[in-house]
Design a protein around this ligand. Structure first.
Ligand SMILES: [Ca+2]
Ligand SMILES: [Ca+2]
Ligand SMILES: [Ca+2]
Ligand SMILES: [Ca+2]
Length: 328
């Protein structure tokens, strides 16, 4: 009995504390007691815009502008009323919309100067960086400039969904871009964190082939979802799903394996119609577990709160406690 318990302890103690997560029921985020609706093709993310300790809602919309809803609730129960448009060079910040995407905004620290900057992918496939100027607790931006690679404006074709994360784990953030073609376009930062510089384009791989996200219109998140120490790819698509591609290689050279559809209450998330799911992760209710916001064609903002599934380790601990009690 004792040997068996020791063996089981070794096996289960090496398991992560929580297995892959399920998400809770679909919720629609509200402002002024009504569903937020930016018209069409919402692209939400959650970031403390005004440095008051509460994260705020930043939403791209089909016009190519960016709405900001300041959180006037709490860090645990966010609440929203009115919005304003992000400002650049004295007017509403805007990128070129096309078809099913206006703006894809993400707050980043592009030039490492502690002022928030806005990286904005556009419907036409270009990517703009708007550098923060003035006071960081009320950010406004300089005029946008197109992000370049090898001295030419980057274009991923159509529907640029750009994020800024360290793809190859060298300490410098890289440009990771989804697109209409369903691929994940990678531009490795060959400059410095204060002056990002891109030269060549490569693509995320599924095994030994270039990954093409099912149904197209990839919209990436780069995050270690299964907590094995290696960041994974999570992406939206044309069909409105949320797909998890596990990194099965190394942190320096991410290689992905076939996807698993992430679920809400055990059922794969699949927004109806052809909604173009555009997700971002956050901790909406400040409880450590990751939640997901998803933008869609209907202009609304969908929220699914993470529910950790107890791993076999926890089940074993409960079982062990039960057996001990019986023996005693
Ligand atoms: Ca705030
Ligand atoms: Ca900055
Ligand atoms: Ca890097
Ligand atoms: Ca992982």
């Amino acid at each position: 009995m004792k040997k068996l318990i020791i063996l089981l302890s070794i096996i289960f103690c090496t398991c992560p504390l929580f297995a892959l997560m399920d998400f809770g029921p679909e919720e629609i985020v509200q402002a002024n007691s009504s569903d937020i609706d930016v018209g069409s093709y919402s692209v939400p993310s959650f970031f403390d815009w005004n440095n008051d300790g509460r994260k705020d809602l930043i939403i791209g919309e089909s016009s190519g502008k960016v709405r900001v809803f300041l959180n006037n609730g709490t860090t645990v129960v966010p609440a929203f009323n009115n919005y304003f448009f992000a400002q650049a060079a004295g007017s509403d910040l805007q990128v070129a919309p096309s078809g099913c995407l206006g703006s894809f905004p993400r707050v980043v620290y592009w030039d490492d100067d502690s002022k928030k900057d806005l990286l904005v992918g556009s419907g036409t496939g270009t990517i703009s960086i708007f550098l923060g100027i003035g006071e960081d607790n009320n950010p406004v931006f300089a005029a946008g400039t197109f992000v370049q690679a090898n001295s030419s404006d980057i274009s991923v074709g159509y529907r640029a969904t750009s994020i800024f994360e360290d793809w190859n784990n060298d300490g410098k953030k890289d440009l990771i871009v989804g697109a209409f073609d369903g691929k994940i376009h990678i531009f490795i930062n060959e400059g410095m964190n204060s002056t990002p510089d891109f030269q060549t384009e490569s693509f995320a791989n599924l095994g030994s082939s270039v990954l093409t996200v099912s149904s197209g219109r990839s919209s990436p998140i780069f995050y270690d979802f299964d907590r094995d120490g290696k960041k994974d790819l999570i992406t939206g698509n044309t069909d409105g799903q949320l797909l998890f591609y596990k990194n099965t290689n190394t942190v320096e050279n991410t290689v992905l394996s076939n996807y698993v559809a992430l679920t809400s209450l055990g059922i794969p998330i699949h927004l109806p119609g052809s909604p173009r799911s555009r997700p971002s992760f956050c901790d909406w209710n400040n409880n450590v577990f990751v939640d997901v916001l998803i933008g869609a064609a209907d202009g609304k903002v969908y929220l699914y709160r993470g529910i950790p599934e107890p791993s076999m380790f926890i089940i074993f601990l409960l079982l062990f406690a039960f057996v001990q009690k019986k023996i005693n």
